[in-house]
Every structure is written in C-alpha cells, then in structure tokens.
Write a new protein. Sequence first.
Length: 135
Amino acid sequence: CREMLNKLLSDMIQKTILDREIHFDLHTPNKEFSLIRLRYTINTNDKRLEYYLPLEYKIRPKYWDKKAGCTMLDSKRNGDLKNDPRLRLHLTNVNTEIMKTRNTLIDILLEIQRKSVKPDVSGIRSLLREKMGRV
C-alpha cells in the first residue's frame, strides 16, 4: 500500500512539471550522420528547449528508432549489429547517454518545481550542460 502511494505521489509530481514529453530525435535525419537532439516545451510559456548530445554520440539515421526516440539494438531490425560488436557498444552508449540526459532534465525540472521558480529555456539549458559536465 505504501509503495502504491509513493508511486501515485511520484506520478502526480512529475505530471505537474512533465506533462509534456521529453523527446529525442535526429537533428539532420537526411545526412549521413546526425546529432541527437533533446526537445522539451516548457509549459509556462511554450518555449522550446533544445539540447544536443555531444559529437561523439552522432549516429547514422538508419540506426535510429524514431518512434522510441533511441537507437535500434535489436539484431532483427538492425542487421549490422550481428557482425559488429563495436557498433552495438556505440549504440548502447548512445542510449545510455539519452537516458542519463532525460533523467538529469527531469531532476532539474523537479527542482525548479520544488523551488516554485518560473522556468526559462536558457537557465534550464545551462543547468543541463553543467550537470552533464558540458560546461
């Protein structure tokens, strides 16, 4: 019962600040390689936060799962993985960086909510860069 209550409270807290989806996509899906971009629209003023993963996480668009917002690690959908352990490692690292970035942004948004501060795009982007070690 306590676990259900904690889950419900957690969901309620996240819904108030995170009722818009944190979305990852490719910046240039028609090029040979593309940067991965985080997009999030701030509720208070409909300003869009964009944040790019570092250059070392660039990928070929054919390895991107647009619907899931991450790389394809399924050998059935991505045949190149069968004979290339380095590719699998790279795509796994990209997905890890995506999750780390998403979780860091959620932490920042929840902290802003706790402090009852009006969020702004440049401030959130700066905090995200700082917490991700990209200053």
